[in-house]
Design a binder for this molecule. Structure first.
Ligand code: GLY
Length: 375
């Protein structure tokens, strides 16, 4: 049996790939599958808008992962009958003052270097494309590669796909220890029972680095980075594009919600919503779309991004034989779900890590001295 620790998007998608290849797979989740970062996310598939220019290998992975999404969405919906609202909506980076216009020029150059389409708009053009934008808009950059999926629907679909193809989902069942013999993994202890397992895949998101089931030296350097978000209900659409400014975003959903995100906070596992956090989000949203003033707030929530020491994922075999990492996806978990699932399944089935995943080996941290978690 293959045991997967964590029933988020990454764990369930890997589980689905392995179950559909006729392997016996169990996904263990200490709570309800999907209830952590996977459902807290905004579901943006924005390979460049959420990357830093120096993250070259990560951007290549993100672009390759982005290219897999159309076929992945079709396959998942065909297998489950569940619509996941994959939407090639596009994005708009908005500048409201001269400094922001300069930063937008920098982004434009960056996109041009990657040979990605991006269209420059003056303020008037931006407002004719998106009429509810603030009259203060000075310039904007259209980013057609920014797509989205409804991540809650995605989780429902992944759960169905995994179980339909023969996977076993054990929710509210925490893996408390690995069973080791002869220097390798032979099983897991979960919910007070022992399960034999020749492979264990760690897909526990932000909890991967603090996972006490693993001997300390095999805990990957992953820490939680908190994000607060909220949603309002639109009576008519205020934007069809994802709007970006200063690292914050507004994501319109097909069902009439507008998601407003997100803070980026180093607060450990403190999940409390704060007045300051929500105030910043509302202030940003109002600066872009003044018409949100009258809209009812529908939900508020927080989640924990799993961030590694270099903000890139940790993928592939660990130094402990039989333990595989699929964690540390930071801001890109939903975007990187199809490529992570395909790559880890390839490693399990054929013993080779595909080239796209090779730069993300845990060995990059060992080479710098230790695997110890740096918080
Ligand atoms: N990917 C959305 C966020 O990290 O806020």
């Amino acid at each position: 049996m293959i045991a997967i620790i964590g029933g988020g998007a990454i764990g369930l998608a890997i589980g689905w790939r392995l179950a559909s290849a006729d392997l016996a797979v169990t996904v263990f989740d200490r709570g309800r599958a999907g209830s952590a970062a996977s459902e807290a996310a905004a579901g943006m598939l924005a390979p460049v808008s959420e990357a830093e220019p120096e993250e070259d290998a990560l951007i290549q992975l993100a672009l390759a992962g982005h290219a897999m999404w159309p076929a992945f969405a079709v396959e998942l919906t065909a297998r489950t009958g569940t619509l996941i609202d994959y939407w090639q909506c596009g994005g708009l980076h908005v500048a409201l003052d001269r400094d922001e216009v300069e930063r937008l020029r920098f982004l434009q150059d960056f996109l041009a270097r990657l040979q990605l389409e991006a269209r420059w708009l003056g303020g008037t053009e931006a407002r004719s494309l998106s009429p509810h934008l603030s009259p203060n808009v000075k310039a904007a950059l259209v980013s057609p590669t920014d797509h989205q999926v409804d991540n809650r629907k995605l989780m429902a679909a992944l759960r169905t796909a995994f179980v339909t193809d023969g996977g076993w989902l054990q929710e509210h069942t925490e893996v408390t220890a690995l069973d080791l013999a002869g220097g390798k993994v032979t099983g897991v202890i979960a919910g007070g029972r022992r399960y034999a397992a020749e492979l264990v895949i760690l897909a526990a998101g932000a909890w991967s680095g603090a996972n006490e089931a693993l001997p300390a030296q095999y805990r990957p350097p992953v820490r939680p980075v908190k994000g607060q978000m909220l949603s309002v209900r639109m009576s008519s659409s205020l934007t069809e594009l994802i709007l970006w400014r200063n690292g914050r975003y507004l994501v319109p959903r097909r069902d009439g919600r507008l998601l407003i995100g997100a803070t980026v906070e180093e607060r450990g596992f403190d999940d409390r919503l704060t007045a300051g956090g929500l105030f910043q989000l509302l202030e940003e949203a109002r600066a872009l779309l003044p018409d949100i003033d009258e809209l009812p707030i529908e939900e508020r929530w927080s989640g924990f991004r799993p961030a590694s020491r270099d903000d890139a994922p940790i993928l592939g075999p660990s130094p402990l034989p039989g333990l595989i990492y699929a964690t540390g996806h930071y801001r890109h978990g939903i975007l990187l779900t199809p490529i992570t699932a395909a790559g880890i399944a390839e490693y399990v089935l054929h013993g080779t890590v595909p080239p796209a995943l090779q730069p993300f080996s845990a060995a990059r941290f060992a080479a710098r001295g230790s695997m110890e978690r740096v918080a």
